[in-house]
Design a protein around this ligand. Structure first.
Ligand SMILES: Cc1ncc(C[n+]2csc(CCOP(=O)(O)OP(=O)(O)O)c2C)c(N)n1
Ligand SMILES: [Mg+2]
Length: 283
Protein backbone atom coordinates (compact mmCIF):
# COMPACT_ATOMS: atom_id res chain seq x y z
CA UNK A 1 0.00 0.00 0.00
CA UNK A 2 1.10 3.57 -0.60
CA UNK A 3 0.63 6.53 1.70
CA UNK A 4 -1.78 9.32 0.75
CA UNK A 5 0.64 11.78 -0.86
CA UNK A 6 -0.35 11.06 -4.46
CA UNK A 7 -3.99 10.12 -3.81
CA UNK A 8 -6.85 12.24 -5.20
CA UNK A 9 -10.58 11.75 -5.72
CA UNK A 10 -12.66 8.84 -6.99
CA UNK A 11 -12.23 7.50 -10.49
CA UNK A 12 -14.75 6.82 -13.30
CA UNK A 13 -13.30 3.39 -14.12
CA UNK A 14 -15.40 0.19 -13.95
CA UNK A 15 -15.09 -1.89 -10.77
CA UNK A 16 -12.36 -4.50 -11.30
CA UNK A 17 -10.59 -2.55 -14.08
CA UNK A 18 -6.89 -3.27 -14.52
CA UNK A 19 -6.25 0.48 -14.41
CA UNK A 20 -6.63 0.57 -10.61
CA UNK A 21 -3.50 -1.51 -10.03
CA UNK A 22 -1.56 0.57 -12.55
CA UNK A 23 -2.54 3.74 -10.69
CA UNK A 24 -1.60 2.20 -7.36
CA UNK A 25 1.72 0.87 -8.72
CA UNK A 26 2.49 4.32 -10.13
CA UNK A 27 1.92 5.94 -6.74
CA UNK A 28 4.11 3.26 -5.11
CA UNK A 29 6.87 3.87 -7.65
CA UNK A 30 6.81 7.65 -7.16
CA UNK A 31 6.95 7.25 -3.41
CA UNK A 32 9.84 4.79 -3.64
CA UNK A 33 11.70 7.35 -5.73
CA UNK A 34 10.95 10.01 -3.11
CA UNK A 35 9.26 12.23 -5.66
CA UNK A 36 7.13 15.14 -4.53
CA UNK A 37 3.88 15.88 -6.41
CA UNK A 38 5.17 19.21 -7.78
CA UNK A 39 8.22 17.47 -9.32
CA UNK A 40 6.08 15.15 -11.45
CA UNK A 41 3.97 15.69 -14.58
CA UNK A 42 1.56 12.95 -15.68
CA UNK A 43 0.39 13.26 -19.29
CA UNK A 44 -2.46 11.45 -21.04
CA UNK A 45 -4.25 11.79 -24.35
CA UNK A 46 -7.91 10.74 -24.56
CA UNK A 47 -9.33 7.44 -23.31
CA UNK A 48 -9.94 5.59 -20.06
CA UNK A 49 -6.22 5.13 -19.38
CA UNK A 50 -5.65 8.75 -20.35
CA UNK A 51 -7.74 9.84 -17.37
CA UNK A 52 -4.86 8.82 -15.08
CA UNK A 53 -3.52 12.39 -14.74
CA UNK A 54 -6.85 13.34 -13.15
CA UNK A 55 -6.54 10.63 -10.49
CA UNK A 56 -3.12 11.37 -9.12
CA UNK A 57 -2.02 14.30 -7.03
CA UNK A 58 0.73 15.69 -9.27
CA UNK A 59 0.89 18.07 -12.24
CA UNK A 60 -1.33 16.74 -15.01
CA UNK A 61 -2.14 17.35 -18.66
CA UNK A 62 -4.54 15.63 -21.06
CA UNK A 63 -3.84 16.28 -24.73
CA UNK A 64 -5.84 15.33 -27.81
CA UNK A 65 -6.34 11.68 -28.73
CA UNK A 66 -2.99 10.30 -29.89
CA UNK A 67 -1.15 13.45 -28.85
CA UNK A 68 0.11 12.63 -25.37
CA UNK A 69 3.73 12.17 -26.45
CA UNK A 70 4.26 15.57 -28.14
CA UNK A 71 2.86 17.35 -25.07
CA UNK A 72 5.12 15.32 -22.79
CA UNK A 73 8.17 15.95 -24.98
CA UNK A 74 7.51 19.70 -25.03
CA UNK A 75 7.08 19.82 -21.26
CA UNK A 76 10.33 17.93 -20.68
CA UNK A 77 12.32 20.15 -23.03
CA UNK A 78 10.83 23.28 -21.43
CA UNK A 79 11.59 22.02 -17.94
CA UNK A 80 14.25 19.33 -17.85
CA UNK A 81 13.95 19.08 -14.05
CA UNK A 82 10.40 17.66 -14.28
CA UNK A 83 9.80 13.92 -14.10
CA UNK A 84 7.51 13.47 -17.10
CA UNK A 85 5.40 10.31 -17.32
CA UNK A 86 2.88 9.46 -20.03
CA UNK A 87 0.00 7.23 -18.94
CA UNK A 88 -2.30 6.43 -21.80
CA UNK A 89 -3.97 3.66 -23.81
CA UNK A 90 -2.93 1.28 -26.57
CA UNK A 91 -5.15 3.11 -29.07
CA UNK A 92 -3.81 6.49 -28.02
CA UNK A 93 -0.18 5.32 -28.10
CA UNK A 94 -0.01 2.99 -31.10
CA UNK A 95 -3.06 3.88 -33.24
CA UNK A 96 -3.90 7.57 -33.37
CA UNK A 97 -0.50 8.37 -31.83
CA UNK A 98 1.47 5.80 -33.82
CA UNK A 99 3.48 8.31 -35.80
CA UNK A 100 4.43 10.21 -32.65
CA UNK A 101 5.43 6.92 -31.04
CA UNK A 102 7.85 6.12 -33.86
CA UNK A 103 9.56 9.50 -34.01
CA UNK A 104 9.56 9.90 -30.26
CA UNK A 105 11.76 6.80 -30.00
CA UNK A 106 14.23 8.38 -32.43
CA UNK A 107 14.45 11.58 -30.38
CA UNK A 108 15.04 9.74 -27.09
CA UNK A 109 13.68 12.49 -24.86
CA UNK A 110 13.98 11.55 -21.18
CA UNK A 111 10.33 10.67 -20.56
CA UNK A 112 8.59 7.50 -19.39
CA UNK A 113 5.68 5.97 -21.32
CA UNK A 114 3.31 3.61 -19.50
CA UNK A 115 0.85 2.13 -21.97
CA UNK A 116 -2.29 0.68 -20.39
CA UNK A 117 -2.64 -2.01 -23.05
CA UNK A 118 -6.13 -3.53 -22.75
CA UNK A 119 -6.03 -4.56 -26.43
CA UNK A 120 -9.22 -2.57 -27.08
CA UNK A 121 -10.65 0.94 -27.42
CA UNK A 122 -12.23 1.08 -23.96
CA UNK A 123 -13.63 4.61 -23.74
CA UNK A 124 -15.51 4.33 -27.03
CA UNK A 125 -17.03 0.99 -26.02
CA UNK A 126 -14.87 -1.75 -27.39
CA UNK A 127 -13.72 -1.39 -31.00
CA UNK A 128 -10.52 -3.15 -32.11
CA UNK A 129 -7.29 -1.32 -31.30
CA UNK A 130 -3.87 -1.91 -32.92
CA UNK A 131 -3.13 -4.66 -30.36
CA UNK A 132 -6.46 -6.54 -30.61
CA UNK A 133 -5.96 -10.19 -31.56
CA UNK A 134 -7.10 -11.71 -34.86
CA UNK A 135 -10.61 -13.14 -34.64
CA UNK A 136 -11.66 -10.93 -31.73
CA UNK A 137 -15.34 -10.06 -32.26
CA UNK A 138 -16.31 -6.50 -31.34
CA UNK A 139 -19.35 -4.29 -31.94
CA UNK A 140 -17.65 -3.02 -35.12
CA UNK A 141 -15.55 -6.05 -36.13
CA UNK A 142 -18.67 -8.26 -36.01
CA UNK A 143 -17.07 -11.09 -38.03
CA UNK A 144 -13.89 -10.92 -35.94
CA UNK A 145 -10.83 -8.68 -36.27
CA UNK A 146 -8.94 -9.52 -39.45
CA UNK A 147 -5.84 -7.32 -39.08
CA UNK A 148 -2.65 -8.70 -37.51
CA UNK A 149 -1.92 -7.04 -34.16
CA UNK A 150 0.98 -4.65 -33.71
CA UNK A 151 3.77 -5.83 -31.41
CA UNK A 152 4.78 -2.57 -29.67
CA UNK A 153 7.66 -4.12 -27.74
CA UNK A 154 9.25 -5.57 -30.87
CA UNK A 155 8.66 -2.33 -32.78
CA UNK A 156 10.23 -0.18 -30.04
CA UNK A 157 13.35 -2.39 -29.91
CA UNK A 158 13.62 -2.36 -33.71
CA UNK A 159 13.36 1.44 -33.71
CA UNK A 160 16.22 1.74 -31.23
CA UNK A 161 14.47 2.47 -27.93
CA UNK A 162 16.87 2.11 -24.99
CA UNK A 163 14.42 0.81 -22.39
CA UNK A 164 11.60 -1.52 -23.37
CA UNK A 165 9.57 -3.56 -20.89
CA UNK A 166 6.37 -5.51 -20.58
CA UNK A 167 4.37 -5.78 -17.36
CA UNK A 168 1.02 -7.04 -16.09
CA UNK A 169 -1.35 -5.01 -13.94
CA UNK A 170 -2.31 -8.22 -12.11
CA UNK A 171 1.17 -8.25 -10.49
CA UNK A 172 1.34 -4.87 -8.79
CA UNK A 173 4.67 -5.39 -7.00
CA UNK A 174 6.46 -6.51 -10.17
CA UNK A 175 4.85 -3.65 -12.11
CA UNK A 176 5.91 -1.06 -9.49
CA UNK A 177 9.52 -2.31 -9.60
CA UNK A 178 9.59 -2.03 -13.40
CA UNK A 179 8.07 1.44 -13.14
CA UNK A 180 10.83 2.52 -10.76
CA UNK A 181 13.48 1.29 -13.20
CA UNK A 182 11.74 2.93 -16.18
CA UNK A 183 11.41 6.32 -14.44
CA UNK A 184 15.07 6.20 -13.40
CA UNK A 185 16.22 5.36 -16.93
CA UNK A 186 17.82 8.37 -18.65
CA UNK A 187 16.02 8.53 -21.99
CA UNK A 188 12.74 7.32 -23.45
CA UNK A 189 11.41 4.29 -21.58
CA UNK A 190 8.42 2.25 -22.78
CA UNK A 191 6.48 -0.11 -20.55
CA UNK A 192 3.63 -1.93 -22.28
CA UNK A 193 1.32 -2.99 -19.44
CA UNK A 194 -1.31 -5.70 -19.88
CA UNK A 195 -4.46 -4.15 -18.43
CA UNK A 196 -7.61 -6.27 -18.51
CA UNK A 197 -10.70 -4.29 -19.58
CA UNK A 198 -13.42 -6.08 -17.65
CA UNK A 199 -16.27 -4.56 -19.68
CA UNK A 200 -15.24 -4.49 -23.35
CA UNK A 201 -12.58 -7.18 -23.65
CA UNK A 202 -13.90 -10.55 -22.49
CA UNK A 203 -11.00 -12.44 -24.10
CA UNK A 204 -7.85 -10.94 -22.57
CA UNK A 205 -9.03 -11.26 -18.97
CA UNK A 206 -6.99 -11.39 -15.73
CA UNK A 207 -7.23 -15.18 -16.02
CA UNK A 208 -6.05 -15.13 -19.65
CA UNK A 209 -2.91 -13.13 -18.75
CA UNK A 210 -2.35 -14.96 -15.44
CA UNK A 211 -2.15 -18.32 -17.19
CA UNK A 212 0.35 -17.04 -19.77
CA UNK A 213 2.72 -14.45 -18.31
CA UNK A 214 6.04 -15.47 -16.77
CA UNK A 215 8.72 -13.25 -15.26
CA UNK A 216 12.15 -12.93 -16.80
CA UNK A 217 14.76 -13.89 -14.22
CA UNK A 218 18.43 -12.99 -13.71
CA UNK A 219 19.55 -15.51 -16.33
CA UNK A 220 18.04 -13.28 -19.01
CA UNK A 221 20.41 -10.66 -20.49
CA UNK A 222 18.39 -7.59 -21.59
CA UNK A 223 21.38 -5.97 -23.33
CA UNK A 224 21.46 -8.36 -26.30
CA UNK A 225 19.29 -6.68 -28.93
CA UNK A 226 18.72 -9.67 -31.19
CA UNK A 227 17.83 -11.92 -28.24
CA UNK A 228 15.53 -9.17 -26.98
CA UNK A 229 13.73 -9.12 -30.33
CA UNK A 230 13.26 -12.87 -30.09
CA UNK A 231 11.94 -12.47 -26.54
CA UNK A 232 9.59 -9.71 -27.71
CA UNK A 233 8.11 -12.10 -30.27
CA UNK A 234 7.20 -14.74 -27.66
CA UNK A 235 3.41 -14.80 -27.64
CA UNK A 236 0.80 -17.47 -27.14
CA UNK A 237 0.91 -19.93 -24.26
CA UNK A 238 3.86 -18.15 -22.63
CA UNK A 239 4.40 -14.40 -22.63
CA UNK A 240 7.46 -12.89 -20.91
CA UNK A 241 7.15 -9.87 -18.60
CA UNK A 242 10.03 -7.78 -17.30
CA UNK A 243 12.69 -5.57 -18.87
CA UNK A 244 13.09 -7.01 -22.37
CA UNK A 245 15.73 -4.59 -23.65
CA UNK A 246 18.07 -2.07 -22.06
CA UNK A 247 20.81 0.06 -23.55
CA UNK A 248 22.38 3.28 -22.29
CA UNK A 249 22.40 6.02 -24.93
CA UNK A 250 22.45 9.84 -24.84
CA UNK A 251 19.08 11.43 -24.17
CA UNK A 252 17.81 14.34 -26.27
CA UNK A 253 18.54 17.12 -23.76
CA UNK A 254 22.10 15.80 -23.32
CA UNK A 255 22.76 16.10 -27.06
CA UNK A 256 22.03 19.84 -27.18
CA UNK A 257 24.61 22.03 -25.46
CA UNK A 258 22.42 24.78 -24.03
CA UNK A 259 19.82 22.29 -22.79
CA UNK A 260 22.50 20.16 -21.15
CA UNK A 261 24.61 22.91 -19.59
CA UNK A 262 22.10 25.70 -19.01
CA UNK A 263 19.23 26.10 -16.56
CA UNK A 264 15.79 24.69 -17.50
CA UNK A 265 14.27 26.86 -20.27
CA UNK A 266 11.40 27.87 -17.95
CA UNK A 267 13.90 29.55 -15.63
CA UNK A 268 15.54 31.64 -18.36
CA UNK A 269 14.81 35.35 -18.68
CA UNK A 270 12.90 36.44 -21.76
CA UNK A 271 14.24 39.61 -23.42
CA UNK A 272 11.00 41.15 -24.70
CA UNK A 273 12.82 43.98 -26.57
CA UNK A 274 14.68 41.38 -28.61
CA UNK A 275 11.44 39.52 -29.38
CA UNK A 276 9.69 42.78 -30.38
CA UNK A 277 12.61 43.41 -32.73
CA UNK A 278 12.14 40.04 -34.43
CA UNK A 279 8.38 40.51 -34.61
CA UNK A 280 8.78 43.77 -36.54
CA UNK A 281 9.86 41.72 -39.57
CA UNK A 282 6.44 40.04 -39.66
CA UNK A 283 4.26 43.14 -39.34
C1 LIG B 1 -8.76 12.14 -33.29
C2 LIG B 1 -9.73 11.31 -32.52
N1 LIG B 1 -10.10 10.12 -32.99
C3 LIG B 1 -10.96 9.35 -32.29
C4 LIG B 1 -11.46 9.78 -31.11
C5 LIG B 1 -12.44 8.91 -30.34
N2 LIG B 1 -11.76 8.19 -29.30
C6 LIG B 1 -11.64 8.68 -28.04
S1 LIG B 1 -10.90 7.61 -26.99
C7 LIG B 1 -10.71 6.47 -28.23
C8 LIG B 1 -10.07 5.12 -27.97
C9 LIG B 1 -9.30 5.02 -26.72
O1 LIG B 1 -8.67 3.77 -26.67
P1 LIG B 1 -7.33 3.59 -25.89
O2 LIG B 1 -6.37 4.64 -26.23
O3 LIG B 1 -6.89 2.19 -26.06
O4 LIG B 1 -7.75 3.88 -24.37
P2 LIG B 1 -8.72 3.07 -23.40
O5 LIG B 1 -10.03 3.81 -23.38
O6 LIG B 1 -8.84 1.68 -23.92
O7 LIG B 1 -8.03 3.14 -22.08
C10 LIG B 1 -11.21 6.93 -29.44
C11 LIG B 1 -11.20 6.14 -30.69
C12 LIG B 1 -11.04 11.03 -30.62
N3 LIG B 1 -11.43 11.50 -29.42
N4 LIG B 1 -10.18 11.79 -31.35
MG1 LIG C 1 -7.23 0.56 -24.85
Amino acid sequence: MCDMKFVTSETAWCPGCGNFNILEALRMALERLNKKPHEVLIVGGIGQAAKTPQYINANGFCGLHGRALPAAVAAKIANKDLTVIVNTGDGDSYGEGGNHFIHNVRRNVDITHFVHDNQIYGLTKGQASPTTGVGHVTSVQTAGTINEPLNPVLLAIALGAGFVARAFSGDKEHLASIMVEAIQYKGYALVDIFQPCVTFNRINTFQWYNSRVYKLDDSYDPTDRIKAMEKAMEWGDRIPIGVIYREEKPAYCDKIGFLKEGPPLVDMQVDMDKIKGYMKDFI
